[in-house]
Design a protein around this ligand. Structure first.
Ligand code: NAD
Length: 264
């Protein structure tokens, strides 16, 4: 299968590192014009340099905007008013006991992980429906289904994304606009590497070794028995954004290594 996204503009949020950067690279390699986003000009410029090296000849632009509130979303849509493909990847996570999470932190998770995608879908989907072609992908998580007891606030936002993606898919019924959620399992992104670095430093092992042990002990239902790479997640997202995925909509597509122990 040859995925060709020439002539399409793709916006990937929070794409200066981790899964988002891998998705941006995959879409650029497939020929899309890609707009990357991060919080600072420096991180956006570094991501653009990496993309230009990885996908020579690709057209890539960037917008620095913090998507944890409405101002950042407005800045992004003003700077990049048009997209045929929207990947809502922005999301924060961290371990925290339920009794220590105050109202402000619940709100911050909701704004960053849920409302960022709502605001951008509200802006970009209108144009997609007018042109009768578009792809919207929400990067959710296996934590949407296996709610982690040490990250209930995170799991809640990831379940909310499934609900929104399904609803928006129905909103686009009969059109060539598809909306899907992708559910990665544990993925060795830059953010997860940073989280595991402290354990690696303490135990004298590599981050990769610590990550495999984390999956085997704390995510024991994983069939893969190792974390995924950002590229493995990006492959599913690029497919969901492709013309070939035209009959896949309203779906929750798993790249979770089999962690969620159900057949459907
Ligand atoms: P990461 O921490 O490696 O990268 C995060 C990127 O987001 C960085 O470029 C950072 O600058 C940017 N960012 C953070 N806050 C932002 C904000 N407010 N506005 C704009 N950009 C912002 O993250 P990751 O692990 O690649 O995760 C990406 C997505 O995948 C998230 O939605 C996460 O919930 C989801 N996910 C990750 C995993 C995993 O194991 N890594 C598993 C399931 C789902």
């Amino acid at each position: 299968m040859q995925i060709d996204l020439k002539g399409k503009t793709a916006l990937v949020t929070a794409s200066t590192a981790g899964i988002g950067l891998a998705i941006a690279e995959g879409l650029a390699r497939a020929g899309a014009r890609v707009v990357v986003n991060g919080r600072s000009d420096a991180s956006v410029d570094a991501a653009l340099a990496r993309l230009r090296a990885a996908a020579p000849g690709a057209t890539v632009d960037g917008v620095a905007a913090d998507l944890s509130g409405p101002d950042g979303a407005a800045r992004l849509t003003a700077a990049a008013p048009h997209a045929d493909i929207l990947v809502n990847n922005a999301g924060i996570y961290g371990l925290k006991p339920f009794f220590d999470i105050d109202d402000a932190e619940w709100e911050h998770y909701f704004q960053t992980n849920v409302m960022s995608g709502v605001r951008l879908a509200r802006h970009y989907m209108k144009g997609m429906l007018e042109r009768d072609w578009g792809r919207v992908v929400f990067i959710s998580s296996e934590s949407a289904l296996n709610i982690p007891v040490d990250m209930i606030h995170y799991g809640f936002t990831k379940t909310a994304q499934l609900s929104i993606a399904r609803g928006l898919a129905k909103l686009a019924a009969g059109s060539q606009v598809t909306v899907n959620a992708v559910l990665p399992g544990p993925t060795l992104s830059d953010g997860v590497r940073t989280m595991l670095q402290a354990v690696a430093d303490k135990t004298g092992r590599s981050v990769d070794e610590v990550a495999v042990e984390f999956v085997r002990t704390h995510r024991a239902s994983s069939i893969l028995q190792r974390p995924a790479t950002p590229d493995e997640v990006a492959n599913m997202v690029v497919y969901a954004c492709s013309p070939q995925a035209s009959a896949t909509t309203g779906a929750a597509l798993r790249v979770d290594g089999g962690i969620v122990d159900t057949l459907a």
